[in-house]
Design a binder for this molecule. Structure first.
Ligand code: GDP
Ligand code: MG
Length: 699
C-alpha cells in the first residue's frame, strides 16, 4: 500500500486553479458532484516521488471564508470538518501575481485554521511585462509558509510545487492573525464557552450560520452562543477583513515592487473598445453570428456521418439477424436509433463549448457579461444569464448547469425557468422538416423564406425567454437582494489544454445525463408502438382488406400502419385527438407530440415510423417522409399539413416544455419538484394557446 496524501486547491476565481490542477494531474481526473448539491467536484491523482500519491481536489473559486454562495460554502464545509475523507493534509492556495493582495486575504484565513498551507503564485510569466518584482524569501518568512512561483502557461515551477507538497510536514502552521484582537471581550467569552475548541474555527461556524444558514455540521453546536445580532457579526467580519488587509499590506510593502511605468496600456485600450456603448454590442453580435455560422456549417459534416453510420448499423443488424424477432427489432429500432439520437448532438455541443470556452478563457466573456448586464437587468436577469441563454441553443441541459455561477438566487431561478425557451438543437430537425413542408421556396431580397422562418423561430425563442423573465421578475417574490460582482480578468491567449478539457467534460455530461434518459425513452416508445391490446393489433392481417392490384409490399405497409394505429401509442394518440384538433393536428401528429414530451428530437423519427413503417428497407430518407406527409389527408380529402397547421405546429414546438431530461436537471438544480412542474404546465399552456390562435387565425 502506498501512502496517499490529501491536497486541496483553493483560491479566488480565475487565478488558475484548474490550470494548476490540470498540470498536476494531467488526465488522471474525474468530475463528480458533491452529495446533495450541484457544485462540480473535480478530483485527480498526482504521482510524487517514491510511490507517494497525492489526491488533488480542485475546489470551487472562493474569495474568502465568509461564504455567500453555494460554491463557497463547499470550501468551508470541508475545511471545518476534520472527519471529511477529503479533509486536506495540505492546502494549496493558488493566487495570481497580478492580484496578490486580494488573493492573500483568503490565504491568511486558511492559514489561521492551522492547516499546512502552500502559497502558489501563478502567472509568473506576466511579471516582467507588468513590472512586478517579488522577494520570495521575505514573503515566505513573513507569511510563515512555502511559496511556489509558477506559470502553468510556461509550465515552470510545477516540479518545485510537487516537492513542496511532498515535504508538507515541514511547513509551519503558525497563524497570521490573533483572532481575539478583533473584539477582545467577545472572543474571551467565546473561549470560555468552548474551552476545547479552536477559536478561529468557532468564529467561522458562527459567522457562517449568520451568512448562509446552510451549515450541515452537527459536532459544533454554536446555536446557544448567540450573543450578537447578525448585523453586529457582519460588522466584526468587516473588522476582521480590515485587520487582515493591514497585515498583508505591511508585508507586501516590503516584498513586492510594482513598476507601473512598465505595464502596457493594451488592456485599457481593448476594454475601451469591447465595452463601448455601441461598438461593444456590435462586436459581440458579429462574434455570435460567426460562431453560429461555424456551428451549423462545421457540425453538419460529422452529424451527417453519424446519421448514416447509425442508419447503416440498424440496417446491418436487421439484415444480419433476419427473423431475429422482437429482440433484433428492439436493438435495431429502439436501442441503436436511440443511441444515434444522442450521439448526433455531440458535434454541435462540442463546437458550442469549444467557442464558449475560448471566449471565457480569453477574458472576453467577462466583458460581454458586463456589457449585457445593463440590458438583462431590466428583465430580471443578470449579465451572467447570457451564457446559459446562448448555451441553450445547443441544449438546455448544459445551459441549466451553466447557471451555477449566478450568485443571486432569484436571477438564477428565473434564468433556469426561461432557458428552455431558447431554440435547442433538438428542435432543429422538427423545424427543418415542417418548414420544408409548409413554407414555400422563394426569395425576398436574396434571402430564402425558409431560412428567414428558421431565424424568426430562433428570435422567437429568445424573445419569449426574455419576455417571460420579465413577467417572472414581477411575480416571484424572494428575499434576496441584487448585487453584481464581475471579475474583469486580463486578456489572455486561451490555453488549448483547458479548452479541450472543458469540451470533453461538457460533452460527457451531455452524453451521460441526457443520454440515458433519451435512451430509456426510445425503448419505451418502441415498446408502446410494438405492442397493443386486443385482437385488432394482434391479428391485424385479418382486418386489413386485400386489393387485387396491391403488391405484397404495399400490403405489408398497410398492415404495419394498421398495427401502429391500434398499438398502445396509437391509442394514446387517438385519445388526445379531440384536444389537439383545434390546433390543426390529427391523431398521427398526436402520437408524435406524445412521444416528443419525452424528447423533441424523436418527433421526426416517430412520424417516419407512422408514415412509412415497413418500407424502411427501401432506404428511408427525409424526402420520402416529406412526400408522405405532404400527401397525408383527412377523410374528407383536405390536407393535414397546411400553412396553418404547420405554423401552429412550429409554434407549439417553439414554446412547449417537451424534454424530460431538462425537467430532471431543473429538479436537480432547484432541489424541488415545484419549479419543473411549473415549467411544464406554464410552457405547455403558452404553447397550446399560441398554436391555437395561429391555426384558427390562418386556416
Ligand atoms: P480557475 O478559475 O482558478 O480554475 O482558473 P483557470 O485555470 O480556469 O484559469 C483562468 C485563466 O488564467 C485562464 O484564462 C488561463 O488560461 C489563465 N492562466 C492560467 N495559468 C496561467 C499562467 O500561468 N499564465 C497566464 N498568463 N495565464 C494563465
Ligand atoms: Mg476552475
Amino acid at each position: 500500500m502506498s501512502k496517499q496524501l490529501n491536497v486541496a486547491l483553493i483560491g479566488n476565481p480565475n487565478t488558475g486553479k484548474t490550470s494548476v490542477f490540470n498540470a498536476l494531474t494531467g488526465l488522471n481526473q474525474k468530475v463528480g458532484n458533491y452529495p446533495g448539491i450541484t457544485v462540480d467536484k473535480k478530483q485527480g491523482i498526482c504521482k510524487l516521488s517514491r510511490g507517494v500519491k497525492a489526491h488533488i481536489l480542485d475546489l470551487p473559486g472562493t474569495y474568502s471564508l465568509n461564504a455567500s454562495s453555494l460554491d463557497e460554502n463547499v470550501v468551508i464545509e470541508l475545511l471545518l470538518n476534520k472527519n471529511d475523507k477529503d479533509y486536506p493534509d495540505v492546502a494549496i492556495i493558488v493566487s495570481d501575481v497580478e492580484n496578490l493582495k486580494r488573493n492573500l486575504l483568503l490565504f491568511t484565513q486558511i492559514k489561521d485554521l492551522k492547516i499546512p498551507t502552500i502559497l502558489v503564485i501563478n502567472m509568473s510569466d506576466l511579471m516582467t511585462r507588468k513590472g512586478i518584482t517579488l522577494d520570495i524569501e521575505l514573503l515566505e518568512a513573513k507569511f510563515h509558509t512555502k511559496i511556489a512561483l509558477i506559470s502553468t502557461r510556461k509550465n515552470s515551477g510545477i516540479t518545485e510545487l510537487k516537492q513542496l507538497i511532498e515535504s508538507y510536514k515541514t511547513i509551519s502552521t503558525e497563524p497570521c492573525l490573533d483572532t481575539t484582537t478583533i473584539d477582545t471581550d467577545y472572543f474571551q467569552s467565546l473561549e470560555k464557552a468552548f474551552p476545547n475548541q479552536d477559536i478561529y474555527k468557532l468564529w467561522l461556524v458562527i459567522t457562517q450560520d449568520a451568512n448562509f444558514g446552510k451549515i450541515t455540521r452537527q459536532e459544533l453546536d454554536v446555536s446557544k452562543f448567540k450573543t450578537k445580532s447578525n448585523q453586529e457579526l457582519k460588522r466584526l467580519q468587516q473588522k476582521e477583513a480590515i485587520k487582515r488587509y493591514q497585515f498583508i499590506n505591511a508585508i507586501l510593502k516590503e516584498g513586492q515592487i510594482i513598476d507601473r511605468s512598465k505595464a502596457t496600456g493594451l488592456r485599457s485600450k481593448l476594454d475601451r473598445l469591447l465595452i463601448h456603448k455601441v461598438w461593444g454590442y456590435m462586436i459581440f453580435f458579429i462574434i455570435l453570428l460567426t460562431i453560429f455560422q461555424a456551428i451549423y456549417d462545421w457540425a453538419t459534416i460529422p452529424m451527417d456521418l453519424i446519421d448514416t453510420t447509425f442508419a447503416g448499423l440498424a440496417e446491418w443488424i436487421k439484415n444480419t439477424f433476419p427473423g431475429g424477432g422482437k429482440v433484433t427489432d428492439l436493438v435495431a429500432e429502439g436501442i441503436v436509433s436511440g443511441i444515434g439520437g444522442i450521439v448526433i448532438f455531440i458535434p454541435q455541443i462540442a463546437f458550442l463549448f469549444f467557442f464558449i470556452s475560448i471566449l471565457e478563457e480569453s477574458g472576453y466573456m467577462s466583458r460581454v457579461v458586463f456589457l449585457m448586464d445593463r440590458v438583462m437587468r431590466r428583465f430580471g436577469l443578470s449579465g451572467k444569464s447570457l451564457v446559459p441563454l446562448i448555451s441553450g441553443t445547443a441544449c438546455a441541459i448544459p445551459a441549466v448547469m451553466a447557471t451555477r455561477n449566478i450568485e443571486n438566487w432569484k436571477e438564477r431561478l428565473i434564468t433556469i425557468l426561461v432557458v428552455p425557451f431558447t431554440t435547442c438543437s433538438a428542435r432543429l430537425p422538427v423545424y427543418l422538416i415542417i418548414i420544408a413542408l409548409v413554407i414555400p421556396e422563394g426569395y425576398i431580397i436574396g434571402l430564402s423564406y425558409q431560412a428567414l422562418t428558421l431565424m424568426a423561430l430562433y428570435l422567437l425563442g429568445f424573445g419569449m425567454a426574455i419576455f417571460s423573465a420579465y413577467i417572472l421578475d414581477r411575480i416571484l417574490k424572494t428575499k434576496h437582494k441584487t448585487f453584481f460582482v464581475v471579475e474583469m480578468p486580463n486578456y489572455k491567449l486561451p490555453l488549448l489544454k483547458n479548452v479541450i478539457i472543458t469540451v470533453i467534460e461538457k460533452t460527457k455530461t451531455f452524453v451521460f445525463e441526457a443520454g440515458k434518459i433519451i435512451l430509456a425513452i426510445s425503448i419505451i416508445l418502441w415498446v408502446l408502438a410494438s405492442y397493443g391490446p386486443g385482437d385488432k393489433f394482434n391479428n391485424a392481417e385479418s382486418y386489413v382488406q386485400t386489393y387485387e392490384t396491391q403488391s405484397a409490399h404495399e400490403r405489408s405497409d398497410q398492415i404495419a400502419a394498421y398495427k401502429l394505429e391500434h398499438s398502445y401509442i396509437g391509442i394514446i394518440g387517438k385519445t388526445i385527438e379531440p384536444m389537439i384538433k383545434p390546433l390543426g393536428y390529427d391523431w398521427k401528429v398526436g402520437i408524435g407530440l406524445v412521444a416528443s414530451f419525452a424528447a423533441r428530437e424523436v418527433f421526426v423519427g416517430t412520424l417516419a415510423t407512422i408514415y412509412s413503417v415497413g418500407s424502411a428497407s427501401e432506404g428511408e430518407n427525409i424526402d420520402t417522409i416529406k412526400t408522405k406527409m405532404q400527401n397525408e389527408t383527412y377523410a374528407d380529402g383536405t390536407k393535414v399539413f397546411t400553412l396553418a397547421s404547420g405554423i401552429s405546429l412550429l409554434l407549439f414546438y417553439a414554446f412547449a416544455m417537451q424534454c424530460m431530461s431538462t425537467l430532471a436537471i431543473v429538479k436537480r438544480e432547484t432541489k424541488s419538484w415545484k419549479w419543473p412542474i411549473l415549467q411544464l404546465i406554464g410552457m405547455t399552456a403558452i404553447a397550446y394557446i399560441c398554436a391555437l390562435i395561429a391555426f384558427q387565425f390562418l386556416k
